[in-house]
Design a protein around this ligand. Structure first.
Ligand SMILES: *[C@@H]1O[C@H](CO)[C@@H](O)[C@H](O)[C@H]1NC(C)=O
Length: 419
C-alpha cells in the first residue's frame, strides 16, 4: 500500500514536470476547424477530411486529418502558446498513415515561430523545424530533419529511411539541450547523434593551413624505376605478323586483285612496351599531409538547438495520390511523456488496425480469385470482357502522365523548400 502511494506520487511528480505545449488528436468532431487555420495563399489547396480511413484500430480515436484530393497542395496549421525550448528537451511527435499506397507526397510537419501569418502559410514561409517522412517514387523514401539556423535551412547529412507501407506509424523527433538529437519511428530509435556532426550549421573546426605548401623536394613516390635494369636486346618484336599459315587462294588473280599479301595476326612473341623493374624509392618521404589549423571562421555555438517563440505546427505539403492521415500531434519537453502518449495512442490501435487491414486484404484476394474463376468459364463463351480490359488500360496511362507532371512540380517546390 505504502509502495503504491510512493509510486503514485512519483508518477504525479513526473506528469507535473512534463510540459505539453501542443496536443491534437481530433477527438471532438468538427471542433478541429476552430483550431486549425487553412492557408489562403493559393486558391486551390486540397481539402482536409476528418476520418479514420478505410481501416483502423478504433473508429473514433484513429480519426485524423486526411488529404482528400489528388495532385494538390495542402496547407493548414494550428497555433499554441509560444514557448522557448532553451534548457529543455523538445519533442515533436505525430502519426502518419499512407493508406492510399502513396506514390509521391509529403508526410511531414513544419514548426513555425509566432509571427507566422497562418492564412498566408506557404512553401517559402520561414519555419524552425521540418520533420517527417517524404516519399516520391522509389528513390525518395526518407525522413526529413531540417533545422533553421540563423535564417538558413540545414538538411541532415544522414539518410534516414521512412516507412512506406499503408499502416499508421509514429514519428518522433527529440532535440536535447546538449545539442544531441534522436529520431524514432514507432517508439524505436532509428537515428541519433549531435547537431554539429550531422548538420553543417557551423563552418568546419579545422581547415588546411593556407600558408603550408608541399616542399619542392618532397619525394612522394613509393616506388621508382630500377636504374640498373635494362631492356633485353631481343625484347622488341612487332605487334602483328603475317599469318604463316595463310595461303594465297587458288583463284587469286594478280592482275585483277593486286599482289597477294597474307593477313596479319597478333604476334605471340610480342611483349609490349618494355618497362624497367620497380624498386623501393630510398628517398621516399611518405604522402605529404597538408597541415591543418584552427579555422578562424569557426566559433562554437551551444545555442544551435534553441528556438524562441515556437508557436505554430503546420502541414504544408504536396501529394499526388491523396489519402494520408495525420494524427496524434504532440509537442512536449518530456521524452518519456511522449513515449507514454505514443504508447497510449498509436501503441494501442496499431495491432487492431493491422488486423482489420489483413482481413480486408484477405477478403479482396478471395473476391479476386472468385472473379478470375468466373472469368475463366465465361471467356470461352463471351469476349466482351476484353473491351472492359482495354478501357482500364486507358485509365492507367492517364494516371501515369499525371504522376510524371506532378513529380516535376514537386521537385520544384522541394528545392525551394530546402534552400
Ligand atoms: C512503450 O511501449 C513499449 C513496448 O510495449 C515499452 O517497451 C515501453 O517501455 C513503453 N514506454 C513507456 C514510457 O511506457
Amino acid at each position: 500500500m505504502k509502495l503504491l502511494g510512493v509510486l503514485a506520487v512519483v508518477l504525479a511528480l513526473h506528469s507535473a514536470h512534463a510540459k505539453v505545449y501542443f496536443r491534437e488528436e481530433f477527438l471532438d468532431g468538427d471542433e478541429w476547424r476552430s483550431r486549425w487555420v487553412d492557408s489562403k495563399h493559393k486558391s486551390d489547396y486540397g481539402e482536409w477530411k476528418l476520418t479514420s480511413g478505410g481501416f483502423y484500430g478504433d473508429a473514433e480515436k484513429d480519426k485524423g486529418l486526411q488529404t482528400s484530393q489528388d495532385a494538390r497542395f495542402y496547407a493548414t496549421s494550428a497555433r499554441f502558446e509560444p514557448f522557448s525550448n532553451e534548457g529543455k528537451s523538445l519533442v515533436i511527435q505525430f502519426t502518419v498513415k499512407h493508406e492510399q499506397k502513396i506514390d509521391c507526397g509529403g508526410g511531414y510537419v513544419k514548426v513555425f515561430p509566432a509571427d507566422l501569418d497562418q492564412t498566408d502559410m506557404h512553401g517559402e514561409s520561414a519555419y524552425y523545424i521540418m520533420f517527417g517522412p517524404d516519399i516520391c517514387g522509389y528513390s525518395t523514401k526518407k525522413v526529413h530533419v531540417i533545422f533553421n539556423y540563423k535564417g538558413k535551412n540545414h538538411l541532415i547529412k544522414k539518410e534516414i529511411k521512412c516507412k512506406d507501407d499503408e499502416l499508421t506509424h509514429l514519428y518522433t523527433l527529440v532535440l536535447n539541450p546538449d545539442q544531441t538529437y534522436e529520431v524514432k519511428i514507432d517508439n524505436e530509435k532509428v537515428e541519433s547523434g549531435s547537431l554539429e556532426d550531422d548538420w553543417d550549421f557551423l563552418p568546419p573546426k579545422k581547415i588546411k593551413d593556407p600558408e603550408a605548401k608541399k616542399p619542392e623536394d618532397w619525394d612522394d613516390r613509393a616506388k621508382i624505376d630500377d636504374a640498373e635494369d635494362t631492356k633485353p636486346v631481343d625484347w622488341d618484336k612487332p605487334e602483328n605478323i603475317p599469318d604463316p599459315d595463310a595461303k594465297k587462294p587458288d583463284d587469286w588473280d594478280e592482275d585483277m586483285d593486286g599482289e597477294w599479301e597474307p593477313p596479319m595476326i597478333p604476334n605471340p612473341e610480342y611483349k609490349g612496351e618494355w618497362k624497367p623493374k620497380q624498386i623501393d624509392n630510398p628517398n621516399y618521404k611518405g604522402q605529404w599531409v597538408h597541415p591543418e589549423i584552427d579555422n578562424p571562421e569557426y566559433s562554437p555555438d551551444s545555442d544551435i538547438y534553441t528556438f524562441d517563440k515556437i508557436a505554430v505546427l503546420g502541414l504544408d505539403l504536396w501529394q499526388v495520390k491523396s489519402g494520408t492521415i495525420f494524427d496524434n500531434f504532440l509537442i512536449t519537453d518530456d521524452v518519456k511523456e511522449a513515449e507514454d502518449i505514443g504508447n497510449e495512442t498509436w501503441g494501442v490501435t496499431k495491432e487492431p488496425e493491422r488486423k482489420m487491414k489483413q482481413e480486408q486484404d484477405d477478403m479482396k484476394r478471395k473476391e479476386e480469385e472468385e472473379r478470375n474463376k468466373e472469368q475463366d468459364t465465361e471467356d470461352t463463351e463471351d469476349d466482351e470482357e476484353e473491351d472492359e480490359e482495354d478501357d482500364e488500360d486507358v485509365e492507367d496511362t492517364k494516371d501515369d502522365t499525371e504522376e510524371g507532371l506532378s513529380e516535376m512540380d514537386k521537385k520544384e517546390v522541394k528545392s525551394k523548400d530546402e534552400l
